[in-house]
Ligand binder design. Structure first.
Ligand SMILES: [Zn+2]
Length: 277
């Protein structure tokens, strides 16, 4: 089996230890002899970039992934159960949005591959078969901190909603607070959610981050300005605050404004035990 690189990553980051988890804007330069293979790529907004991680360790089958604090045998995961570069065939795959195509250069919104990484394939991202909304992941490791969790949630919400607006950031901050404060950072799958019916983009964020849908009976609506999470024997109530503004004017705020506001000005959270029959 012989792999031929078809291009190379051009990124401002050359040191893999300096690469942010979700990557940075970068471009892929396809080599001229493969230029014809790009014809009609503009029919797709997103692509899979497959790359060869030439510096990776190819000898180990067990690793302790990033974020797993237990460094003993317990924290070891098989390389096929994680996305670590360590694996027999160190192929990386990253989905990215195409900002623009110039000649044989693909400008991408984010890529977690360092400068000079050989690219072995480009494929269109198909929402019909690549986006599996029902998929669930048990957390591999704990987020390093609340900020890391928020960044991950913002990315997921934006991938669903299509843009990072004020309402979306508000919804992501709600779920981040819920998971870090009440669930000890665990995933929130299975939580029942009740949302204000006029909350637009907030609804998109919360439903996708919690995996709640009307069809599963886990997503409901009401007319009041609070969000309610119901899980096991507890109700978590979030009163949405309105500093000089009336709900749902949150959705009119810019993403950066909602990111900058202190939590105490966004919502007030409490939890109560409920009787379970
Ligand atoms: Zn929006």
């Amino acid at each position: 089996m012989v792999l031929t690189p078809i291009g190379i990553v051009r990124s401002p980051i050359a040191d893999r230890h300096a690469m942010p988890t979700f990557g940075v804007p970068a471009r892929v330069e396809i080599f001229p002899e493969f230029a014809e293979g790009l014809r009609h790529l503009e029919k797709h907004t997103h692509v899979w970039i497959l790359a060869w991680l030439h510096e990776a360790d190819r000898t180990r089958l067990l690793v302790t992934p990033r974020g797993v604090s237990d460094k003993s045998e317990v924290g070891l995961h098989g390389v096929f159960a994680v996305r670590s570069p360590t694996r027999p065939n160190p192929i990386a795959m990253t989905a990215a949005r195409i900002e623009r195509i110039e000649g044989t250069c693909l400008y991408l919104d984010r890529l977690d591959l360092v400068d000079g990484t050989p690219v072995v394939d480009v494929k269109p991202y198909f929402r019909s078969r690549d986006a599996i909304y029902a998929a669930r992941n048990e957390q591999i490791g704990r987020p390093a901190n609340r900020q890391a969790l928020l960044e991950s949630l913002l990315l997921q919400a934006e991938n669903f909603h299509g843009e990072r607006c004020g309402g979306l950031v508000f919804g992501a901050r709600l779920v981040e607070h819920f998971r870090s404060t009440f669930l000890d950072f665990a995933e929130a799958w299975g939580t029942q959610v009740i949302l204000p019916e006029d909350a637009g983009c907030v609804i998109d964020a919360v439903m996708v981050l919690v995996g709640a849908t009307p069809g599963r009976g886990t997503l409901g609506f009401h007319g009041a300005p609070f969000v309610r999470f119901i899980r096991n024997d507890r109700v978590y109530n979030y009163v949405l605050l309105e500093p000089g503004r009336r709900w749902p004017s949150w959705t009119a705020l810019l993403a950066d404004e909602v990111l900058a506001l202190p939590e105490e000005e966004l919502f007030r959270a409490s939890s109560t035990l409920i009787r379970v029959k």
